[in-house]
Structure formats: C-alpha cells, structure tokens
Design a protein around this ligand. Structure first.
Ligand code: SAM
Length: 269
C-alpha cells in the first residue's frame, strides 16, 4: 500500500485539518505583505483541499494538484458538499500529478505548497525538479509560497516520538524515528477506524527529508527565483537556529513583479 490511501478518508478527522485552518489567515497576511492580488493559483500537494476550497471561496481560480487519488477524492467530496451548502460553483479544478513532473495548461500568479509537503522530496534533485516545474508555470512576477520542516524540527520532535489521537471512532498513532546521518524522519502511521462494532486497521509509512535553509535557498536561486521572505512560520520574524518550520516566499522575476524593497520582509538567516 502507498501513502495517503486509507489515511486520506480520516486525514481531516484525525486533526490534520487544523494546520490548514491556522494557515489560511496567515496566508492572507502574507499575500498582502507580498502584494499578491487575486487571480489564479496552483495549490500544490493540495491534499484534501481545505486551502484550495477556501481560496476558491475568496474568488481565486484554483488548480489543486496532488499525487494521491485518495486525497483528491476527499477534496472533490468536500467541494460537492460545500457547493450543496453554498449553492455556488467554485472555480477549482483537481489534477492528479506527481509534483516533480508538474504540467499545467495555463500560467498562475501564485503557487502554494503547504504543510511540509516539500519535505516528501527525499533527494535534492527532486526538490529542485519541483522548484523548476513551479517556476515554469508561474507567470512573470508570480510568487511561490511554501513551508518546510527544518532538520532541527525533525531531530527534536520526530525522533523516537509517539503521538496519539484518540477519539470515539478513530485512533491514530504516529511513531517516528530520525536518521541523524541522513537528516530524515520516518513516521509509522497506524490508524484504527471504527466500522460498526469493529475497527479497521491501516498502516502507512511517511518519510520526510530535512534540508539546511542555505541549500533550499541555493536550489531556489539556481532555478531563477528571488527569495523575498523567509519567516519563522506563522510569524514575520526571521527563523532562528531552533525554528521548527520555515515559510518561504520566492518570486519569479518579471515585468509585473511588485517592488521587493519592503524593509520588513525578512531574509535573514
Ligand atoms: C502532509 S500532506 C499535506 C496536504 C495539504 N497540503 C495540507 O496542508 O493538508 C502532504 C501531501 O503531499 C502529497 N504528496 C506527497 N508526495 C507527492 C508527490 N510526489 N507529488 C504530488 N503530491 C505529493 C500527498 O499526497 C499529501 O496530500
């Protein structure tokens, strides 16, 4: 079994949706700070579609891309449900693609890739392939926004740790081990989902790679991006050595790019 298969149907209920709910107001402030105006966007590794659907409700045209058919099925289910409630058609389109081989039929002004989805790129070449693909689909002046777990976070929170979510119908156990030599964490996800009087058990293994921020910066700039912001995620402060998650804002240069001389935009390391 691959990843994000059985886990997809219980992803939101197990608490993972709370990251998107926290991200949405922060994303609004980020877009304002980096002067991004509403248009069309790519939500890369969109998962169950919470951010994609919320942005579509704000009037964005959204292309939601994910590698998992099961996560996209959840996103579509949520869209149908919300259209029923809102009685409004959302301009959101779902595409199943491997993000290392991104292909869109139209340029976008904004690309987001959230909740450490880029840590799933286990080798530098794959991470750079994603940056290259996003650069290609962004219109000149477009912005890429993404967050990644730092190697510090993987070593500190995801080494020999066990996290349990236990509700009446669902138990999820996350057990992690960190490989310090490779700067890589593997999390074993064990789910018990109630089905009548029984529980259905599913197990998946997720691996995330930590990258030094200087390396991420090099990959971005090699592709052609200008780094416009690097923040301790959910703030506008520069990341410290013990920052668990960094939020990056990288611009594709172009005629329509706004001036990047904002004295508050932080790229300190
Ligand atoms: C931690 S989840 C985040 C999902 C969503 N962004 C969120 O905030 O809830 C990581 C997502 O990355 C997707 N993913 C992992 N590797 C991928 C790849 N190579 N191509 C496309 N999607 C991928 C998974 O299917 C999953 O939906």
């Amino acid at each position: 079994m691959g990843i994000y298969e059985r886990y997809a149907a219980i992803y939101d209920a197990s608490g993972q949706i709370s990251f998107s709910l926290q991200m949405l107001p922060y994303l609004d402030s980020l877009l304002e700070r980096h002067r991004v105006t509403r248009g069309s966007m790519l939500e890369l590794a969109c998962g169950t579609g919470t951010v994609a659907l919320a942005m579509a409700r704000k009037g964005w045209r959204v292309l939601g891309v994910d590698g998992s058919a099961h996560m996209l099925a959840e996103a579509r289910r949520k869209q149908t449900q919300s259209q029923g409630e809102d009685a409004q058609a959302l301009d959101v389109h779902w595409l199943q693609q491997d993000m290392r081989h991104l292909a869109l039929g139209e340029p976008v002004q904004l690309a987001t890739c959230l909740y450490d989805s880029l840590n799933y790129m286990l080798v530098s070449e794959d991470l750079q392939a994603v940056f290259r693909g996003v650069y290609r689909v962004l219109a000149p002046g477009g912005l890429l926004v993404f967050d990644m777990n730092t190697p510090w976070a993987l070593a500190t929170f995801w080494d020999d740790s066990t996290y349990v979510t236990d509700t009446q119908d669902l138990t999820v156990i996350l057990e992690s081990r960190f490989d310090a030599y490779r700067q890589r964490t593997t999390v074993k996800v064990t789910c018990f989902e109630r089905q009548g009087d029984l529980y259905r058990k599913a197990i998946e293994e997720h691996t995330e790679q930590g990258y030094p921020r200087e390396h991420i910066a090099t990959l971005l700039t090699d592709v052609g991006f200008q780094i416009e912001g690097m923040y301790h995620c959910f703030t506008f402060e520069p990341p410290t050595a013990s920052c668990p998650r960094i939020l990056w804002a990288a611009r594709k240069p172009g005629a329509s790019a706004p001036s990047t001389d904002d004295p508050d935009a932080s790229t300190d390391s």
